[in-house]
Write a protein that binds this ligand. Structure first.
Ligand code: ZN
Length: 283
């Protein structure tokens, strides 16, 4: 999952969404409000954007490759230490899961008018309050979702083309992330609305007038899942994250997968040692 700084103590009035994460590029943020009718035309030329400067961010930049790549994240900032010293890190290769009577995932999602953010590492959709996931006694609210390619989590060693991480938080600040694996296919899903409006530049936020995103349509038909305890998959790699990886994938058009890869290349942290953690799977 993306952007741990979002889950540090919240600024007043702020959501968990990392609109300015530790890696947020110091670029000009462009807020574009477009009508649906104009979106099909050129986003670059038609909108009358209102520009606002993103505050400078002193946090170090991290990347998925090169000298600031995953192996070096812990050295970039003392706050990123868990990226190398943590024992419960994510993602993992899911093998030998133990069947267990896990509580069902009860999604209480509705529709939103999405704000779609290119934060330099991924595309992220920030979700306003009110969209709930209940898991046993836990009541989480969806904060944001974002994408990685290939999928960070592996199942029996195999990655999917992409993954969506649906990041939730409960009232005490516990994080619960639902991973939806995305595999190539032409069935429509709620993700299409996002991939048809990818902001092209880092720091850009796109809102589309009259665009409604039906959050339940992001989910596969069944919600059997793998369950384990892990961490953020981006700096600062904080632990204590409850991972719920759905077994059934959702299909995404190869055209959308290509468009995402053109923007971000590979943005997946390598799998981390399990260190004896149990992995459960619902029956
Ligand atoms: Zn993620």
């Amino acid at each position: 999952m993306e952007c741990g700084k979002a889950f540090a103590p919240e600024p007043a009035g702020g959501g968990a969404e990392p609109r300015t994460g530790p890696h947020f590029p110091t670029v000009v943020a462009m807020m574009r409000t477009l009508s649906s009718a104009t979106v099909a035309l050129s986003l670059m030329t038609l909108a009358a954007p209102t520009a606002s400067a993103t505050p400078p961010d002193a946090a170090p930049h991290w990347h998925y490759t090169g000298p600031a790549g995953p192996a070096a994240w812990a050295q970039l900032d003392p706050q990123f230490a868990a990226c190398s010293t943590g024992r419960l890190q994510s993602p993992i290769d899911i093998r030998d899961a133990t069947p267990a009577p896990l509580p069902p995932l009860e999604f209480g999602y509705g529709s939103i008018s999405p704000a779609i953010v290119n934060n330099g590492h991924t595309v992220q959709v920030n979700v306003p309050p009110g969209h709930v996931l209940k898991v046993g006694e836990r009541r989480y609210e969806l904060q944001q979702f974002h994408f990685h390619t290939p999928s960070e989590e592996r199942i029996q060693g195999r990655a999917s083309a992409m993954v969506a991480h649906l990041v939730h938080r409960d009232a005490e600040g516990h994080l619960g992330v639902v991973a939806v694996l995305l595999q190539p296919g032409e069935q429509r899903s709620g993700f299409d609305a996002v991939f048809e409006h990818l902001p092209q530049r880092a720091g850009e936020t796109l809102t589309v007038e009259n665009l409604s995103l039906d959050l339940p349509s992001l989910l596969p038909a069944t919600s059997r899942y793998f369950d384990y305890e892990g961490s953020l998959t981006t700096p600062p790699c904080s632990e204590g994250v409850h991972w719920m990886v759905l077994r059934e994938p959702v299909r995404l058009s190869p055209r959308h997968i290509k468009a995402f890869r053109r923007l971000y290349g590979s943005n997946a942290r390598p799998v981390q040692p399990l260190n004896g953690r149990p992995i459960k799977v619902s029956p």
